[in-house]
Design a protein around this ligand. Structure first.
Ligand code: LLP
Length: 428
């Protein structure tokens, strides 16, 4: 995070708060969010898209708590939720429902009903079943929700296959190539209780080059132009999704918000101008790019085991239950000693958790000081996105607390789970 620095004795200090202090007062593992860093990134996206009066939706799936929702609102962003649970957090935080967009390939009857009742601003429809379900629910409630049709452009995003979403053989959206997208538009236009306001496209996540975004933007804009010509429908909005990659390791080179704004807006403007159409209102949905780099996980080292001639295994008090990304996507991270200055030649190490499987790895290869020992604190960087939000209770580990730091103050955003919390749910 931006405010991270080293104190006099080598201690990591974030938001003006030392790692030892954080661990002593809040325990480990601990998710730490640098509030100023998050806000600065949110503002950078707002600013990059401000000329076009575009909407920036923060994708709450990356990390959502009531405080995060309030920061998002205070920074002038809208919010993308993808479940009834995320919607409930947003509403509990007082987030204005008309500034929320709701996603999901299988929104339930209850989720859609709640979204329509509270007046969620945009519902992104993803299947023919959903169009029918939403029309029936809206008619029953006497409401007319605004919807976007999610289109899959056939783009093969250069990212991990689990998080690529625009190729044809996956579950999201309506394919352009098969005519499903045309049919979806026809059905929404024919449904009296849902109002089509535009199209949506999201190609995937942790993407570094503009090429995929550009092709997708061009294809979806061409489709928009064609739909307007063929149906006479007004399509004032175009949501181009999220997916901007962040730096987990030094080789990763993230796209700057200005660069992506310039490129996307340029493509849409060009297509529209060449067909004599006005520019639609553009939206983007960054998640990881706002929270990822602002978060750090602090762990305490419990054991250091030298596997003769191979490497040193450094075990910490969390693992795949607070960060599944390494095991699931082969994600890479950096990690450093956080409680003091180390000594001795760097040691080829592997940072592992305390779970009962050998795949419980947080960082495959890293160098730690030779005198690394039990009781040391280590910090894993760029864990602000998809770590807390994907945490589990595997092996009955209570989930860690999430705190924010700013100007020397610490706030608990989500308290640490206890064994009692877990046992309370076990009612058999
Ligand atoms: N919009 C839509 C429709 C999405 O599906 C997503 C992410 C986003 C926006 C935000 O994408 P971002 O800017 O954060 O890349 N658990 C995976 C990532 C899954 C992303 C799911 N959709 C990971 O840890 O890498």
């Amino acid at each position: 995070p931006r405010t991270a620095r080293r104190g006099a004795d080598g201690e990591l200090v974030i938001g003006g708060v030392g790692a030892r202090d954080l661990a002593r007062r809040h325990g480990t593992p601990l998710f730490v969010m640098d509030e100023q860093d998050f806000r600065a990134r949110a503002r950078a996206y707002r600013t990059a898209f401000s000329d076009a009066e575009a909407d920036v939706y923060y994708a709450g799936k990356a990390l959502l708590t009531k405080a995060v929702a309030r920061w998002v609102h205070e920074e002038g962003l809208k919010l993308d939720v993808c479940s009834g649970g995320e919607l409930a957090v947003a509403l509990a935080a007082g987030f204005p429902p008309e500034r929320i967009g709701m996603h999901g390939n299988n929104k339930s009857e209850a989720e859609l009903t709640r979204a329509v009742e509270v007046g969620v601003g945009r519902i992104i429809v993803d299947s023919f079943d959903e169009i029918e379900r939403l029309e029936r629910i809206a008619a029953g409630l006497g409401r007319v929700p605004k919807v976007l049709v999610r289109v899959t452009t056939g783009v093969e995003a250069h990212t991990h296959e689990f998080v690529a979403t625009a190729h044809d053989d996956q579950k999201f959206g309506f394919a352009l190539s098969t005519g499903a997208a045309d049919e979806a538009v026809r059905r929404v236009l024919a449904a009296p209780h849902i109002e089509l306001v535009g199209l949506h496209s999201h190609i995937g996540s942790q993407i570094f080059d503009t090429a995929g975004f550009d092709v997708a933007a061009r294809r979806v804009t061409e489709f928009m132009v064609r739909v307007i010509a063929e149906t006479g429908a007004d399509l004032p909005e175009l949501d181009l999704g999220g997916g901007l990659g962040i730096a987990y390791v030094p080789d990763d080179t993230p796209l700057e918000p200005e660069a992506i704004a310039k490129s996307l807006l340029g493509i849409v403007r060009h297509e529209c101008e060449s067909h004599g159409l006005p520019m639609p209102r553009i939206a983007v949905e960054p998640g990881r790019a706002l929270t990822g780099p602002a978060g750090v996980t602090l762990y305490e080292v419990g054991t250091v085991k030298d596997v003769e001639g191979i490497r040193t295994y450094v075990s910490v008090d969390g693992g795949m239950s607070d960060n599944i990304r390494t095991a699931l996507y082969g994600a890479e991270y950096t990690c450093a000693l956080a409680s003091r200055t180390g000594a001795g030649a760097p040691l080829l190490s592997r940072l592992v958790g305390k779970h009962c499987e050998s795949g419980d790895i947080i960082v495959h290869d890293l160098y730690l000081p030779a005198d690394i020992r039990p009781g040391d604190l280590v910090a894993v960087a760029a864990t602000g996105a998809y770590c807390f939000s994907m945490a589990s209770n595997y092996n009955h580990l209570p989930r860690p607390a999430l705190v924010s730091v700013a100007d020397g103050d610490v706030r608990t955003l989500v308290r640490r789970e206890t064994e009692e919390d877990l046992l309370r749910l076990d009612v058999g």
